[in-house]
Design a protein around this ligand. Structure first.
Ligand code: HEM
Length: 403
């Protein structure tokens, strides 16, 4: 199966890049590729080349919000001949100076120091969810009962989105992540979600509270459309990614028993293990850019107007950067990976995600010493059909602890 000419099947195993991507990287880290419809573009898979490209703002981000504007994802969508129109507030798909103007308003709320101050409440949310999990009779779906609720609870609290409203946004946001579906369906989900968020930020503008969206709403020069777009981006980016890292990360540890045993015996390795899992799994893998002028990259000439696709997973498995890149090694110092991207769009929520992942993995190992898969690994449903990779569900079981 391929999308836009990109191989998608995990034919080398659930945690490894598709073989076609690995072979492309090893042969030519900046490779020409042909999209549906015959449009010529480029695929960037080498670590150095990916970093260089993501640090170069001559590659525009006004091409991709991973949802509505992904070119070629919808068959017959016309080939763009210029950067896409921007969606107000959705700064992941903007270039400077618009990107800078919006991102600047939020950096203060997501600094490492702010996040450190929130750590205790994130740990408390995680512990409550572990308590809930422990009260269930296994086998249970770890995604539904743990990996999804924790980041949703955390991002809701930070943004001031009522958790009780999750039915109003979770189905729409999940719908969005489905690749290769008719644009009408994506549009309906988008309108459902932004309709809900527009109401919410309008209320916050009238009666601000103590949360990140209220802080934005107090800034009168931001329009309701911009507030809605920013809320949409933060809500979506803030939970799908972390939820899939938690569930796929648990799956990867269960499939690597020696690594799991080492981590259980040495919980102080958890922060390093989290970086390694981020590198090894790179659940947010594929990103699009658009060359605004003729450029050289990795010895290749990329013409103005070309669409350029990067695979962060391929970069994070590049043997020129990481030794034995396809081995999961919780003792590796994996800092320097590009799982959070690189350059001006580097993940705003990286510190938040790290805290959630450390608390989630440490807590899960501590509370469930006998955790194991309840189905054969081959039967775990993989999210090859979604923009963020991971598992749709993960059935796990454990021995009840003696009373
Ligand atoms: C951007 C990955 C969690 C908010 C990004 C990018 C990546 C990424 C690769 C760069 C996109 C690009 O260059 O086009 C991840 C991963 C996560 C995670 C792997 C979890 C393990 C979060 C969380 C938030 C968040 C918890 C919470 C708010 C954002 C935002 C951007 C972003 C707002 C856009 C930044 C910009 O354009 O300046 N993320 N992310 N992410 N992420 Fe994350």
């Amino acid at each position: 199966m391929s999308l836009n000419g990109l191989p998608m099947d995990r034919d080398a195993g659930p945690f490894d890049p598709p073989r076609g991507i690995t072979a492309t990287r090893d042969a030519r880290p900046v490779s020409p590729m042909t999209f549906h419809g015959g449009h010529q573009g480029w695929l960037v898979t080498g670590y150095e080349e990916v970093r260089q490209m993501m640090a170069d703002t001559r590659f525009s981000s006004r091409q991709d919000i991973g949802v509505l504007h992904v070119p070629y994802e919808v068959p017959d969508m016309p080939v763009p001949t210029e950067p896409s129109p921007q969606i107000p507030g959705v700064f992941i798909a903007m270039d400077p100076p618009d990107h800078t103007r919006l991102r600047r308003r939020l950096t203060g709320a997501f600094t490492a120091r702010r996040m450190k101050a929130l750590e205790a409440s994130i740990v408390a949310v995680t512990e409550r969810q572990l308590e809930h999990l422990a009260g269930l009779t296994p086998p249970v779906d770890l995604v539904k009962e743990f990996a999804l609720p924790v980041p949703v609870l955390v991002i809701c609290e930070l943004l001031g989105v009522p958790y009780g409203d999750r039915d109003r946004f979770q189905a729409d946001s999940a719908q969005f992540m489905v690749k290769d579906q008719p644009i009408e369906q994506k549009m309906a989900a988008y309108l459902g979600l932004t309709g809900y968020l527009a109401e919410l930020v309008t209320r916050k503008r009238a009666e601000p509270g103590d949360d990140i969206l209220s802080d934005l709403a107090r800034q009168e020069d931001l329009s309701i459309e911009e507030l809605t777009g920013a809320a949409f981006l933060l809500l979506l980016a803030g939970h799908e990614t972390t939820a899939n890292m938690l569930s796929l990360g648990t799956f990867a540890l269960l499939e690597n028993p020696d690594q799991l045993a080492d981590l259980r015996a040495n919980p102080d390795l958890v922060p390093d293990a989290v970086e390694e899992l981020l590198r090894y799994l790179s659940v947010a893998d594929i990103f699009y850019r658009y060359a605004t002028e003729d450029l050289e990259l990795g010895g290749e000439t990329i013409r103005a107007g070309s669409t350029v696709v990067v695979s962060l997973l391929a970069a994070n498995r590049d043997p020129r950067r990481f030794e034995h890149p396809d081995a999961l090694d919780v003792r590796r110092k994996a800092r320097g990976h590009v799982a959070f991207g690189h350059g001006i769009h580097q993940c705003l929520g990286a510190q938040l995600a790290r805290i959630e992942l450390r608390a989630g993995i440490e807590g899960l190992l501590r509370r469930f010493p006998t955790l194991r898969l309840a189905v054969p690994a081959e039967q775990v449903p993989l999210r090859t059909d979604m923009n963020i990779y991971g598992v749709h569900s993960l059935l796990v079981t454990w021995e009840p602890s003696p009373a």
